[in-house]
Design a protein around this ligand. Structure first.
Ligand SMILES: NC(=O)C1=CN([C@@H]2O[C@H](COP(=O)(O)OP(=O)(O)OC[C@H]3O[C@@H](n4cnc5c(N)ncnc54)[C@H](OP(=O)(O)O)[C@@H]3O)[C@@H](O)[C@H]2O)C=CC1
Ligand SMILES: O=C(O)C1=N[C@H](C(=O)O)C[C@H](O)C1
Length: 252
């Protein structure tokens, strides 16, 4: 029998952290050895004998948490947002000094969301126009969502590789923000609405037609298969993986 995966959850009292604590506790190949929140001493992770860390904290804390894990030889599965290009580059160079450590940064753990983003990237080169609408609960602290940023990056790369020009847009005057934010040339619109959990639509438009790719997370349970997949895989994938699609066979 292979060894148990010994997991420390950071941000354990949060909406996602609490769900991860439950999922890890119920997984027969894992042992929850530590649950930490704001202000807790990270040394507890080592004292508890963790082999893996799951970070579901806040953008302001995630970088220090992951650095601590890597410097101590622990694999990390990260769902927290805020990992822009600069932060990922710094982490990448830190990992060069710890070649046995794996880190997964997953903007979205829901398998349906990962698939929807991949489908959008595949479709985007065939349509003249593309825009993204992400819709979330009003307690979310960041906009646009990490998922929308990642989707825009994938869509933009696919269109660039295929030589597709920017989406047409004749706007000459606008109120600030009317056209949303722009990520790699793709317009992203953020909705915050009571009752929502996490949702996204990619709108693709061509002459006389529209394709809409929509994904809905109605419950945070939707993220847990991806968290567990990440924990089971990360030790076999040294270095930094950005996006759960890196662990899936999507046939791109
Ligand atoms: N990848 C994915 O699939 C998903 C990612 N997310 C992302 O995960 C993150 C957490 O989301 P959510 O659970 O909704 O947010 P919450 O605000 O509910 O939870 C965050 C938790 O982290 C705690 N925290 C704050 N500072 C630290 C610290 N230094 N170390 C450890 N814990 C800390 C907070 O404590 P306190 O309340 O005291 O501040 C809080 O309990 C967000 O970035 C979100 O975008 C969310 C859903 C899915
Ligand atoms: O804060 C959330 O809730 C979510 N955050 C992640 C994001 O920013 O994309 C993942 C999911 O959308 C839920």
């Amino acid at each position: 029998m292979s060894a148990q995966i010994k997991v420390a959850v950071l941000g354990a009292a949060g909406r996602m952290g609490a769900e991860a604590v439950k999922a890890v506790s119920e997984a027969s190949d894992m042992e929850l050895v530590a649950s930490l929140g704001r202000g807790d001493d990270l040394a507890q992770i080592l004292e508890a004998g963790a082999t893996h860390v799951v970070d579901l904290s806040v953008p302001a804390a995630t970088e220090a948490n992951v650095r601590f894990a890597v410097e101590n030889g622990l694999h990390a599965v990260v769902g927290t947002t805020g990992w822009d290009d600069d932060r990922r580059a710094e982490l990448d160079s830190l990992l060069k000094g710890h070649p046995e450590v794996g880190v997964l940064i997953a903007p979205n753990f829901a398998l349906g969301s990962v698939l929807a983003s991949a489908f959008a990237a595949t479709a985007a080169k065939y349509f003249e126009s593309v825009e993204i609408i992400e819709l979330h609960h009003p307690n979310k602290v960041d906009a646009p969502s990490g998922t929308a940023v990642r989707t825009a990056e994938l869509v933009a790369k696919s269109r660039e590789d295929a030589g597709v020009p920017a989406s047409p847009d004749a706007t000459e005057t606008q109120l600030d923000g009317a056209r949303g934010s722009v990520v790699d040339g793709i317009h992203v619109h953020s909705v915050r609405l009571r009752g929502l959990v996490a949702h996204q639509e990619v709108l693709l438009g061509g002459p006389g037609e529209q394709l809409t790719l929509r994904h809905d997370s109605f419950d945070r349970a939707s993220f847990m298969p991806g968290v567990l997949l990440g924990l089971r895989t990360v030790a076999c994938r040294p270095g930094l993986t950005y996006g759960l699609d890196g662990y899936l066979e999507l046939g791109q």
